[in-house]
Design a protein around this ligand. Structure first.
Ligand code: SAM
Length: 250
């Protein structure tokens, strides 16, 4: 895949200006020259073949030559609600979920959560999404939602009680080592692929009994992923990849 650069501004004109990190990468790391061709994406779903026109110290001007609508998204919108791990493990989690095509990462505040998903952390996670999207070819950015409390999220996503939507049409799965169902049992009866799936992964200390109770009262299915205890990010990536593959039929 050709070198890809992200434009924070929507690409709508004949020229695009890359700035800051993107420009530095093009100019200093890749040592681009006028006339070189690169791919630019802006998160809208399209990618643009661009020619480098002018290089400055901290910015670069590119001429847009072609626009292509290239869809590398999953056919299902998967939201992964995660009580974040700490440090570098956050970066790994975001990279892998982006590569897998997850639609949204929802940082959760939970009773035993260790990492505070502050606005600063959320901004950093958004930068990781851009880096991973450049590498994996996604033209839409995985959304990083603002942090929310587990109880609010568990209730807010429970649209089945207010509408005629069936539980299986909008599965919401909470991963817990003591879950009554295995993930495989949950996947098999899905049959027709749902348009939206929510998954929830707890902190290193696990969801509390009260939090699991909130899940059950709001029609979340509590699923287990096997007899081993997985770290937060491993559990998130394991369940996300199983669902992503099942949904895309790949
Ligand atoms: N002792 C904790 C407990 O009992 O929940 C272990 C927490 S685990 C390190 C972190 C999170 O990963 C859990 O809250 C759960 O969401 C998920 N997880 C880890 N292993 C799992 C498994 N075998 N089955 C289902 N979920 C798992």
């Amino acid at each position: 895949m050709a070198d890809r650069y992200f434009s924070a501004q929507p690409v709508s004109a004949d020229f695009v200006v890359l700035e800051d990190n993107e420009a530095r990468h093009l100019v200093r790391v890749m040592r681009a020259e006028p006339g070189d061709e690169v791919i630019v994406f802006d998160g809208s779903g399209a990618e643009f073949v661009c020619e480098v026109v002018e290089l400055m110290r901290n910015s670069a001007r590119l001429a847009v030559r072609e626009r292509h609508e290239v869809n590398r998204e999953l056919p299902v919108s998967i939201t992964a609600a995660v009580s974040l791990p700490k440090g570098d493990r956050q970066r790994w989690l975001v990279e892998k979920l982006t590569e897998l095509g997850i639609f949204r990462l929802q940082p959760l505040r939970t009773e035993r959560g260790v990492a505070q998903p502050s606005d600063k952390v959320v901004d950093r996670l958004r930068r990781y999404v851009i880096e991973a999207s450049k590498q994996c070819g996604r033209n839409k950015l995985m959304e990083i939602a603002s942090a929310t409390d587990w109880s609010d999220f568990a209730q807010r996503t429970n649209i089945t009680q207010e509408s005629s939507v069936e539980v299986n049409a909008h599965p919401r799965l909470l991963a817990h080592p003591d879950g009554a169902d295995s993930l495989c049992e949950t996947l098999t009866p899905m049959g027709q692929v749902p348009s939206e799936i929510h998954i929830a992964i707890g902190p290193e200390g696990g969801f509390s009994a009260l939090e699991v109770d909130i899940a059950c009262k709001n029609d979340w299915r509590v699923v287990q992923l096997g007899p081993r205890i997985l770290r937060v990010e491993t559990a998130a990536v394991a369940i996300a990849s199983a669902l992503a593959l099942a949904a895309s039929g790949d």
